[in-house]
Design a protein around this ligand. Structure first.
Ligand code: SIN
Length: 528
């Protein structure tokens, strides 16, 4: 089926001059399969979407939170009903293996379910006052219009991590999804519309990062956006942090990673091999949480790498609808191009590529266990590189593809240096049976997320997700933690004493007594 999309704002009757051009969306595993064309939103269109969101804000923020939650409940039912359809479009548009695509859609449902009930909590606090006849409270208040810019690797789940809590908290949204998944994003918007969200509460703008994404960020200085949520590269995240910071805003930034996985001498090696394989090559290494540096204890390094390479050789790559494949294509030509460039520029003479092949998979450069036609998609060989040094660009750059650095270590202190020194801090993992080592790792790793005897990837909808250092500014998505991204605390003090009570000054009780009893102590006598 080929679809020609109107944009969401166009459906809502806005000016058609707000669209710059039409672009095709092509299946990355089968070039002949054009899913549809989508209209690129012009800067004027982005501005119009922000104004629509601003106009919808007063009514939406004053809608009671449980009622906002009811609409999220509707959305959860609609996504559940359309789970298989959405997953098929997801696989077709970005090439994610179908089982994974189903999991991604489930993550949207899980996120909805968590926040439906949050609409009936959204708790504030009651706090005792230091003065009589006075009550203190806190409330969560929405921030305003949120500009959400998301990536192509999780085209529904990661947007859901932003937009569902943001809507529940009473914010309105302008969403700029990845240009790699416009059709799927449009389908998601249709479900949002069917769920009953009022016009202007949720707005879609389409196009790439440098044009449409940048236009949305440009709305911060124009006063049309109150909060940016961004998932993408550390470089762009740094720029967004600067723009928003200059306007006294704190963006929610979920950036790159060079996620470490440590294997200790006493680890369950069967489990560690499977864990390393999935962390490195699941989703073709195109997760923010994919494995970047494999760090193996030196006494088991040779043996472990032999086993891992044997397992890599058995891996089926190819058609993402085939249930036997570990991974399908790169999301788009851009992702393949970047990976191939990294393989040219980051590999140095002191490196050893342990895997037998590299580059693009094709009939001329085949992968033995390939399913489908390699010349019809953007498929990449799995690559493991040894001999990496701390000063190497390969150690410091996120490659975002099936390419991993492997190193050995002598003691856990050295393993932690390898795990931390690149400056990223998103996800991490350790495989060990030694609880002291697991706790030590957990205490000293700088990553926002730590797995013990599990992979570097695989978020759950109610756990905090986010990173530190080059991986983000400490903001967290998911669960209760994301509420701090999409609300601001308001402190209220209510004095019903009918007299002026000055805080810090009039904090005395009946009889002028503060209640403190200070032991006798002559400070002057303490002087030498
Ligand atoms: C990502 O956001 O790229 C990763 C999510 C996950 O690992 O589940």
């Amino acid at each position: 089926m080929t679809t020609k999309l109107a944009t969401y704002t166009r459906i809502r009757g806005q000016d058609q001059t707000q669209y710059a051009s039409d672009q095709p969306s092509v299946n990355p595993a089968r070039f002949t399969d054009v899913l549809g064309t989508y209209p690129v939103t012009s800067k004027e269109g982005v501005r119009a979407a922000c104004i629509a969101a601003q106009e919808a804000l007063p009514q939406w923020r004053s809608t009671p939170a449980p009622l906002r939650g009811n609409l999220i409940h509707n959305l959860s039912l609609l996504v559940t009903e359309n789970k298989a359809t959405l997953a098929r479009w997801l696989t077709r548009e970005i090439g994610k293996p179908y089982a994974e695509a189903l999991g991604s859609v489930q993550e949207v449902i899980d996120t909805c379910q968590f926040f439906v009930s949050e609409g009936r909590r959204l708790y504030g606090q009651t706090i005792p006052s230091e003065m009589a006849d006075k009550r203190l409270f806190t409330y969560r208040r929405p921030i305003g219009v949120c500009g959400i810019i998301t990536a192509g690797n999780f085209p529904l789940a990661v947007p859901a991590w932003y937009v569902i809590p943001a809507l529940l908290c009473g914010n309105t949204i302008v969403w700029k999804p990845s240009e790699d998944a416009p059709i799927l994003s449009y389908l998601f918007c249709q479900l949002i519309e069917k769920a009953g969200f009022p016009p202007g509460v949720f707005n879609l703008v389409l196009g790439d990062g440098p044009t449409t994404g940048a236009a949305l960020v440009d709305m911060v200085p124009e006063g049309l956006i109150d909060k940016i949520g961004f998932t993408g590269s550390s470089r762009i995240g740094q720029w967004i942090g600067q723009v928003t910071g200059a306007h006294f805003q704190a963006a929610c930034l979920e950036l790159g990673g060079k996620n470490p996985l440590v294997v200790t001498e006493d680890a369950n090696l069967d489990l560690a091999v499977e864990g390393a394989l999935w962390s490195a090559f699941g989703t073709a290494g195109q997760r923010c949480t994919s494995l970047g540096v494999l760090i193996v204890q030196e006494r088991i390094y040779e043996h472990f790498m032999e086993r891992l390479l044997a397992r890599v050789a058995q891996m089926v790559i190819g058609d993402p609808m085939d249930p036997t494949v570990t991974y399908g294509p790169m999301i788009s030509q851009r992702f393949l191009h970047n990976l191939l460039t990294f393989q040219k520029t980051l590999l140095a003479p002191h490196h050893t590529v342990l895997t037998p092949t590299q580059g693009q998979i094709s009939r001329a450069n085949p992968w033995p266990k390939f399913q489908g036609d390699p010349d019809q998609g953007y498929f990449a060989h799995p690559v493991i590189v040894a001999g990496v040094q701390k000063s190497d660009a390969l150690y410091r750059e996120e490659t975002f593809g099936p390419m991993v650095a492997a190193v050995s270590y002598t003691d856990l202190e050295e393993a932690l240096h390898w795990a931390n020194d690149h400056g990223y801090g998103l996800s991490s993992a350790i495989y060990t049976r030694n609880s002291a080592q697991a706790f030590y790792f957990q205490d000293h790793i700088r990553a926002g997320m730590v797995s013990i005897n599990n992979t570097t990837s695989g978020a759950e909808a109610h756990m905090p997700f986010g990173g530190n250092g080059r991986s983000g500014n400490g903001s967290r998505q998911s669960g209760i933690w994301v509420l701090d991204q999409f609300t601001r605390w308001q402190g209220v003090n209510w004095d019903f004493s009918d007299r002026l009570q000055r805080a810090q000054i009039d904090t005395v009780y009946a009889g002028g007594d503060t209640g403190f009893r200070v032991p006798d102590c002559d400070v002057a006598a303490l002087s030498p």
